[in-house]
Structure formats: structure tokens, C-alpha cells
Ligand binder design. Structure first.
Ligand SMILES: [Zn+2]
Length: 418
């Protein structure tokens, strides 16, 4: 298979790659790719979904994880020539594929060509991504993942929620290298944060794959913005520089961005350390291959995919995307954490804090219509935790001084109250 692969990829590189490289304004298409049946695909690992079955889960990320102060060295991957995203040795370094037919679809086109992120079914409904996390991460590993999630939630409308019974979810796992599927694939899907991947920027890169984004350099219009140095690429690795069609990806009208956290660096898959990618224009302050943070374009793309095109800035407003991402939010809010720990709570428990604030301002009240009945049946005592949360008024837990506030102190947001 490998010998055949070599021939196929050599043909692909000569026919497709060389033509692109000689014509910087040409937008690549399927037309010049060789025809190959799916039984003769490149012999590269697709991922290791079995590893999730034997993994033991830990408790969801908690306040301590979100508040842990990481040293700077754990936030940003080294800017050396080595990029952790290549350690897993998967397609394009870190992309998990479900099957060989997916690989065929990507490299050769065909009936499944439309199954990329342009496909609504691969997106996460309501921008909510249920997650579980392996117990193999130590405190620092959990904090690194928590920080990446926090950054995502501060910059976009994506929300991570601890999985309860959801069918589709991501599973943070300490696998071999760093890797992820692209978009929602159905069922549990691994986001591997293995040895050497423990940087916030790397975790954000992998999360962005799971959210639904391919590498930036594989955009159909990439040849207008970067030059691929085909001669410097390791033999038989040319397929990692494949460009997709617009059927496979969507730009959302956002320009190509060499500073994307999803862009390869200069020496990706280099055979000798020489550049394999060079930007056609140097942009001041833009670093190709950065693994530090979402670029402005990254934020715009994510928000365009999930937030009805709401511009960056507006989309990060808590009033627009106020939500809870932790199953304990309502209890924490009840315990006063919104005031004691506002930074964490604003990001992770916005909805519960807003409700708590409403209760403060509007007056203590019942949130369920059967509160009075339950109270009469003794539930305030026998089921005190739930009743203290939902039936304050009926259980006599309302502080008298908070009633009868003047209307000028009422805040306008009332739609989440039931
Ligand atoms: Zn990647």
C-alpha cells in the first residue's frame, strides 16, 4: 500500500501541487487530482477512538481548575521549529478521521466531498459542546484545558457543558500527541492532549478543530496568500498540504489569515529545516504558525458559524450569550459565589448569576409553580437543597429587606426567569 501511496502522491504533487505552485492566483479544484478507489488509500493512522472506551473519567472541571494561575510557559507553545500538533502523526499532523472513505473524500473528492464544516450536521447545536475529561490529567493538565475553555468562552459564543446524558460530546483524553476530529462527528469524540501538548494555545487549536475548522492553509484560496515550497516537503508528505474546495469549507466571508491559530508554521513537514510555507506578504505583527491565542479572524469565523454572524465584541457580551457551563452553577450561585468569585462565575455561570441577581433585585420568589404544594408536604425539610434553590418563598427563606424594591432598581433582563 505504501509503495502505491508513493506513486499516487507523487502524481498528486506533480499534477495538482506543482500547478498550484506555479500559478499563485489559481484556486485549486478537484479537476487535477488522480482517480483512486478507496481501497488504496494512504497508509496513515486515522486516530484511536478505542482509547476512549478504556479511559476512566474524572469529575468535570471545577472552580479550582478555572482559577488556577498557569505559568506563562504553559500557556504558549515554544516558538521553536517544532510544533506539537505534528506529534500524533495523523492526517495533516493532528486531524482524526473516522474512516478511510473520509480520507478518500478529502484527498480525491467524491460523493462525500460535501461533508465538511459547510455541513450543518457537523456543527454543535446551540453552540454547546458537552465534554468529559479523563482522570489521567494532573492538576496542571486540567488547568490548561480549563484555561483554553475559558478563553474560548470569553472570546466566542461556544459553551462547554459537563456531559450528563448527551449522545454527542468531546472527551479530553491523554492520548498519543495532540489531535481532534473536525466538527461534531457523532457519539464521543476524542480531543487528545498527550505528552508535550500541554499548552493552552495547543488545546485551543485542537478545540477549534472540534468546533468545526480545518487548518487555515487548506483553504481553497490559500495560494493567493502563501507559497508552498513543494521541494522542501518530506517525501510522501505532500498530502498534508492539500487544499479543500469551497464545497468542503466555508470562509464566512472572512479573509485568509496567516496569523490564525489554525495555520501551519514555516517549516511544517520540512525534510531539511527549510521553509515549506512562506507568506506572500509580510504583515507587521502577524506571526504565521502562532499557538498563542485565537486571532481576530478566528473569533469572527467561530462566531459567524455559531452566533448568526454577530460581530466580535458584541458576541462576547455576557448579555448576549449568557449561559451556564457547569452543572453546579445554580448551587454555587446560591452560595454567593457570583459575588465572591465574579471572574470565574461570569464566564462559567453567567445564567445562574443573572438569576441570582434578579432574585436579589426583584425579590425572593418561587421558581416552580408547585412550590407551595411541595412546601405543605414537607419538602422544604425532606428535600431542602432543591427547595432552597427553587422554592425560597414557600419555604420562608426570603430575606424581608429585599422585597418591595423601587422599579428603578429593576434590571431589564427577565426572559430567563420562569
Ligand atoms: Zn491542527
Amino acid at each position: 500500500m505504501r509503495a502505491y501511496l508513493g506513486v499516487v502522491l507523487a502524481v498528486w504533487a506533480c499534477v495538482g501541487g506543482a500547478q498550484r505552485s506555479s500559478d499563485p492566483n489559481d484556486i485549486p479544484s478537484n479537476m487535477n487530482r488522480p482517480i483512486m478507489d478507496s481501497s488504496k488509500l494512504p497508509d496513515i493512522p486515522l486516530g484511536n477512538p478505542e482509547s476512549m472506551k478504556t479511559d476512566t473519567l474524572a469529575e468535570p472541571l471545577d472552580e479550582e481548575d478555572f482559577n488556577y494561575e498557569l505559568p506563562m510557559s504553559d500557556a504558549i507553545a515554544s516558538h521553536s521549529a517544532f510544533d506539537p500538533i505534528f506529534m500524533a502523526g495523523l492526517f495533516e499532523g493532528d486531524i482524526q478521521l473516522a474512516s478511510e472513505s473520509d480520507l478518500a473524500s478529502i484527498l480525491l473528492g467524491g460523493p462525500r466531498q460535501r461533508s465538511g464544516i459547510a455541513d450543518q450536521h457537523k456543527r454543535w447545536p446551540n453552540a454547546r459542546i458537552p465534554y468529559v475529561i479523563s482522570n489521567s490529567f494532573d492538576k496542571l493538565g486540567r488547568a490548561t484545558i480549563a484555561t483554553a475553555i475559558k478563553n474560548f468562552q470569553q472570546l466566542t459564543c461556544i459553551r462547554f457543558v459537563a456531559r450528563t446524558s448527551e449522545t454527542d460530546y468531546v472527551h479530553f483524553i491523554k492520548g498519543d500527541g495532540c489531535s481532534s476530529s473536525v466538527g461534531r462527528v457523532g457519539g464521543g469524540q476524542a480531543i487528545s492532549i498527550g505528552m508535550g501538548c500541554g499548552y493552552v494555545g495547543i488545546v485551543m487549536h485542537e478545540i477549534m478543530h472540534a468546533v468545526g475548522f480545518w487548518h487555515e492553509h487548506s483553504r481553497p484560496d490559500r495560494d493567493k496568500h502563501i507559497s508552498i515550497k513543494w521541494a522542501n516537503i518530506k517525501p510522501n508528505m505532500e498530502y498534508n498540504f492539500h487544499a479543500y474546495t469551497w464545497e468542503k469549507v466555508k470562509s464566512f466571508g472572512i479573509s485568509y489569515d496567516v496569523g490564525s491559530i489554525m495555520h501551519y508554521g514555516y517549516t511544517a513537514f520540512s525534510k531539511d529545516g527549510n521553509n515549506t510555507i512562506e507568506p506572500r506578504r509580510n504583515q507587521k505583527g502577524v506571526e504565521m504558525g502562532q499557538r498563542e491565542d485565537l486571532s481576530n479572524s478566528d473569533k469572527k469565523k467561530i462566531n459567524a458559524m455559531y452566533c448568526k454572524g454577530t460581530p466580535v465584541g458584541v458576541s462576547t457580551s455576557p448579555s448576549k450569550f449568557c449561559d451556564d457551563t457547569n452543572g453546579y452553577c445554580d448551587e454555587w450561585a446560591l452560595l454567593g459565589e457570583c459575588k465572591k468569585n465574579p471572574v470565574f462565575m461570569e464566564v462559567s455561570c453567567c445564567l445562574s448569576c443573572r438569576k441570582a441577581k434578579q432574585n436579589d433585585v426583584l425579590g425572593c420568589r418561587d421558581q416552580e409553580k408547585y412550590c407551595s404544594l411541595w412546601s405543605k408536604k414537607g419538602e422544604c425539610t425532606s428535600n431542602s437543597n432543591y427547595m432552597a434553590l427553587k422554592c425560597k418563598k414557600s419555604c420562608g427563606l426570603c430575606p424581608k429587606s429585599r422585597r418591595n424594591l423601587p422599579p428603578s432598581e429593576l434590571i431589564p433582563f427577565v426572559s430567563t426567569l420562569t
